[in-house]
Design a protein around this ligand. Structure first.
Ligand code: G6P
Length: 743
């Protein structure tokens, strides 16, 4: 459109100038033509009436002369006639003869081309001819009405304007069509050039010959841009859902994006009043869901809801979010044995405790690993089935799918596979106890890019590969090369969407404060600290409760004036360690509450049930502080959600030093969850922190979470994938796909 305007505006201006200059010229020319016609007509009339007029003049018969003139002027063009016999002042003339024409004036015009007069009644043509038979000074003046010439001129002008407008429209249309066609040709050629595709015919020679001279320059430009890409991305880009969409549209235009995770973002559950949709309490889902809303791809996940089968189409697809579909889920069905061996067994009794230092021993069973392998294969086949092309972008999530990258690589060698490990990666000694360590590492190295939350976890992974496998580990470029194929290992700290969707429609903070206090039955000025977790032994919930108990010992004034509200979503209930943990958490809460029988309000309120994100955000907004005490955590998004929820810039975050988030949020009160005294002191500090200090800390943390949001997390991975794909296209065909060069 803008391109068309660029052509059209100058063209229309040129045509308007042409029209403006031409019309007066035509006007003058038309008058000249008519004047000349009237001269000829005047000669004719004068020759014809010479005789009768001279006779009448000589006989002096004025009455007959008047009648004769009357007959002459009955011609509609001949406006008036007059004669001068001598040099008298006034001519003898018809009634309309112009007053300003006396005989002296007429004499100056004798036998000359007609003169134009413009009295108030309109344009007149005056031709004067001598009547020699009536005397040497006799003359005849013929006055013609020329207003008809003006009317013609007006009509001609109108036709000219219409003609120029029509001409402009036709010329503009032709110009725009030609401009668009040639522009498209150029753009297509340039795109092909930049992609390195379709530029050269197999037999040599350029498909778009005009572009041949600039091919080299454009390629150089692409390389220069790539070189500048990374610093711009990391430091300068402001990431929003739209930026992410632009990256997908611009850098990865037309590419398939397929996400794979065990947990699905929307679970259909059958309840007493029909089917309803549940959102799981999973950090992974919290992070990825807004990304998928921006990408509109396919999310492959285990269909675990009781009504999941009833809500898919015949290809096992369901469009989500249910009220405003933006992408689709492909559900994978697992048998109870598969679910128990792959999910509960190998993933959650083996890898989960192996990667988290939470002092729960991992359990490894070969039957579990067999199911893990089988389920990974099932998902790999689904990836191939869902992919529309042979080089999709596949985002594999987490420890449930360590074998999947290699399996997908075998079936789709040209795929760009990004694997993100959402949990910590242990040191090589800890990892070495896994009997299938080689298979797991080899499986992960099927990825093009492998992401962790922190540099520490990246380093642990490189150390582990170095100690375990035959592979070249380049610590400077963070690239592992296995069987000639590289995997880039990078740090991508995960985050949340900004602003979070759950914040929409939330009551103001004072209202949230009132409502959560009313719900748990405490007064309006009662202090509340909140904890929000899955009921998982890595989250340090017991340690948190011990810190509350210690606070009440050190600072008894808080007993009855402060309550710790723990929202704990039940999780992985089929695993013994989780059931035991849930029981121990409930028992400790009860024990602490009964230790303070005289306190008016209980120190701990434990809400061990699933809460939807709206309810969670209300607690986060209404509390005075939030306590995240993970014993070990990849990132911990509750910490970031608390910050995002506090648009009032109040509230204090107490954060475990063993959560990845502590690397990004030094303004939180950072604690060692194993140190009850330190945690109790942090609780006291949080409950008594002045508003100014709360605001200063919260502002810094909000700026960080706003800028380092989940769109940046996903965007950086996808931009890295785009650069990798571009390089693969530009690389000589002798190099293996996915080869990336040291930056
Ligand atoms: C947490 C972890 C994720 C993990 C998820 C699984 O969010 O941070 O890494 O994938 O739990 O939870 P689930 O309920 O699906 O077992």
């Amino acid at each position: 459109m803008r391109l068309s305007l660029r052509f059209l505006v100058p063209l229309l201006i040129a045509l308007a100038i042409a029209a403006y200059a031409t019309v007066p010229l035509i006007d003058a020319q038309i008058l000249r033509w008519f004047s000349r016609d009237l001269d000829v007509r005047a000669n004719l009339i004068s020759n014809t009436v010479q005789e009768p007029v001279s006779e009448l003049l000589l006989t002096g018969n004025r009455l007959r002369l008047e009648q004769f003139f009357g007959r002459l002027t009955s011609d509609e063009r001949l406006y008036a006639v007059g004669v001068c016999a001598t040099d008298g002042e006034r001519p003898f003339a018809t009634r309309d003869f112009p007053d300003e024409l006396d005989c002296a004036a007429l004499r100056n015009l004798v036998d000359a081309p007609g003169a134009l007069l413009r009295p108030p009644r309109g344009l007149l043509h005056v031709a004067v001819r001598s009547i020699e038979d009536a005397g040497p000074r006799a003359l005849l003046a013929l006055v013609h009405d020329m207003t008809f010439a003006e009317r013609r001129s007006e009509e001609t002008k109108r036709y000219m304007v219409v003609f120029f407008v029509a001409l402009s429209a036709v010329v503009a249309l032709i110009t725009v069509v030609i401009a668009q066609l040639s522009w498209r040709g150029w753009i297509t050629g340039l795109r092909a050039l930049i992609r390195g595709e379709g530029l050269l015919r197999p037999a040599g020679g350029f498909v778009v010959p005009e572009l041949a001279p600039i091919a080299r320059d454009v390629r150089q430009l692409v390389r220069d841009l790539e070189a500048h890409y990374r610093p711009r991305d990391g430091d300068q880009m402001v990431w929003t859902q739209q930026t992410l969409r632009d990256v997908l549209k611009g850098e990865l235009h037309g590419n398939d994006v397929i996400v794979v995770s065990n947990r699905e973002p929307y679970i259909h559950v059958r309840g007493p009043d029909g089917i309803h949709v549940q959102r799981p309490a999973s950090g992974l889902v919290t992070a990825l869901e807004p990304v998928m809303r921006a990408c509109s791809g396919t999310w492959i996940a285990h269909g675990s809801g009781s009504a999941d089968r009833e809500t898919v189409d015949r290809n096992d697809h369901v469009a989500v979010p249910p009220n405003d579909p933006a992408y689709r889920i492909r559900r994978i069905w697992l048998t109870p044995d598969e679910e128990s061996g792959y999910y509960s067994g190998f993933a959650n009794e083996g890898l989960w405790p192996l990667c988290h230092i939470a002092h729960v021993r991992p359990t490894f069973r070969s039957s579990d690993f067999e199911y893990y392998r089988r389920v990974n294969q099932k998902f790999a086949e689904a990836v191939v089935a869902e992919s529309q092309r042979d080089d999709p972008i596949v985002l594999i999530q987490d420890y449930h799918f360590a074998l999947l990258p290699r399996m997908v690589r075998k079936m789709l060698p040209k795929a760009t596979i990004i694997t993100f490990w959402h949990i910590p990666w242990p040191n090589p000694e800890a990892f070495a106890i896994c009997p299938w360590r080689n298979e797991l590492l080899d499986g992960m190295l099927g990825s093009s890019i492998l992401g962790f939350h922190t540099q520490f976890h990246c380093n642990n992974f490189l150390d582990t590969v170095d100690r375990t496998l035959e592979a070249r580990v380049d610590r400077e470029t963070m690239i592992v090369v296995r069987d000639g194929r590289p995997t880039q290992v990078r740090r991508y700290p995960i985050s949340i969407e900004w602003p979070p969707a759950a914040l929409e429609g939330q009551p103001e903070v004072p209202e949230a404060r009132r409502s959560i206090r009313a719900r748990i039955g405490v007064p309006a000025d009662h202090k509340i600290v909140v904890g929000i977790d899955r009921l998982d032994y890595t989250k340090g919930i017991l340690e948190r409760f011990s810190a509350v108990a210690r606070l009440l010992e050190i600072e008894p004034k808080w007993a009855g004036n402060f309550t710790f509200v723990q929202i704990a979503a039940p999780t992985r209930g089929m695993i013994g360690d989780y059931r035991d943990y849930a029981l121990r958490v409930k028992a400790l809460a009860h024990e602490i509450n009964t230790h303070y029988p005289r306190a008016k309000y209980p120190p701990i309120v434990l809400l061990a049930e699933h809460h939807e994100s709206d309810a969670v955000y209300e607690y986060l907004r209404g509390a005075d502080a939030c306590f995240v005490s993970s014993l070990h955590d990849g990132m911990n998004l509750v910490a970031k959600e608390f910050i995002a929820a506090r648009d009032d810039e109040h509230g204090v975050l107490i954060l475990s030093q063993f959560a990845g988030a502590s690397r990004e949020l030094p303004e939180a009160l950072i604690v060692n969850p194993y140190d009850a005294d330190q945690c109790a002191a942090a609780l006291h500090l949080a409950l008594s922190m002045p508003a100014d200090e709360q605001r200063a800390r919260m502002r810094l943390m909000r700026a960080l979470v706003r800028d380092f949001n989940v769109y940046r997390w996903a965007g950086r991975m996808l931009m890295d994938a785009a650069v990798m794909r571009q390089r693969n296209r530009l690389a000589p065909s002798t190099e293996a796909p996915d080869t990336i060069h040291a930056r």
